[in-house]
Write a protein of this length. Structure first.
Length: 278
């Protein structure tokens, strides 16, 4: 069954990136989340890829923008609950920093930055709508490190009265991106975002783009699934060979076992050594 663009909500990476490519909306969302004023948002860079070295893991960022002070804002939509989300934010922050400066350059070139995760689950199970982290002194919590890095985690499932009504309605809209919700919402930000969402969902060229990406990703998943099944089968066969070899150690010599079971002689010899050492 094909997934239509009309069925998407703002929690979907594709729709989220398209909405946040609107500089006006992007600016207002950042201002609401961080409770700051931004004069200008420079051209958003959707799906920025940071590839530091050829053999490193590339980092694909959902939304990566600068303001008039060259402060960097990275916004990520997170639908899957990962126990290592905190370390993932650290990894993103580190790669953003390394992307800013070249080897041997002065650290003063590192700019103020925010890494923001919008989660459709509570990442810390404390019921908050927002969790903001900065590096502080353990012995004196009033003393900040001053490295100008901030990590923010938003939770659409928040329960506490820790943010204003505008933020609550925005977070609710993430997973309920409908005209019905937007019409009854008081938030002007939600209404403005919903206008953009409605426009995008009616754009036929965008629907073709989404379906092309959807089919491509589905094919990649299928290929990965088939590869995983094949690897699992091969691992199962290998495990079975090991068990059969172990059963023959008291009966046959290593060379004969290796030949009959089709295992490398070194593997059989290692098995015998392990059994004897037990």
């Amino acid at each position: 069954m094909n997934k239509l663009i009309q069925n998407l909500n703002l929690a979907d990476d594709f729709l989220f990136a398209k909405v946040m490519s609107d500089k006006v909306i992007c600016k207002k969302v950042l201002e609401e989340i961080l409770n700051i004023k931004i004069q200008e948002i420079k051209m958003p860079e959707q799906q920025k890829v940071i590839d530091l070295v050829l053999d490193s893991k590339s980092v694909r960022l959902d939304i990566y923008v600068n303001d008039e002070h060259n402060t960097i804002y990275n916004v990520e939509m997170q639908k899957s609950s990962h126990k290592n989300l905190a370390k993932r934010s650290r990894y993103y922050q580190g790669n953003i920093d390394l992307d800013m400066i070249q080897k041997g350059e002065d650290y003063e070139k590192l700019r103020k930055s925010f890494v923001i995760f919008i989660c459709t689950f509570d990442p810390f199970n404390k019921g908050r709508h927002i969790y903001t982290f900065q590096n502080r002194c353990y012995e004196d919590s009033t003393l900040t490190l001053g490295d100008e890095t901030t990590k923010v985690f938003l939770n659409t499932k928040g329960e506490l009265n820790d943010v204003n009504e505008e933020m609550i309605e925005f977070l609710n809209y993430i997973e309920n991106s409908t005209d019905d919700y937007a019409n009854q919402a008081k938030s002007q930000l939600v209404k403005e975002i919903n206008q953009k969402v409605s426009y995008l969902k009616s754009d036929k060229s965008l629907e073709v783009e989404y379906m092309t990406l959807y089919e491509r990703d589905k094919e990649k998943f299928k290929e990965g699934h088939e590869q995983g099944l094949q690897e699992g089968l091969e691992q199962g066969i290998e495990k079975n060979k090991i068990e059969n070899a172990k059963a023959l150690l008291d009966i046959l010599d290593d060379e004969t076992i290796a030949s009959k079971i089709e295992l490398p002689l070194e593997t059989v010899q290692k098995l015998r050594t392990e059994i004897l050492s037990q």
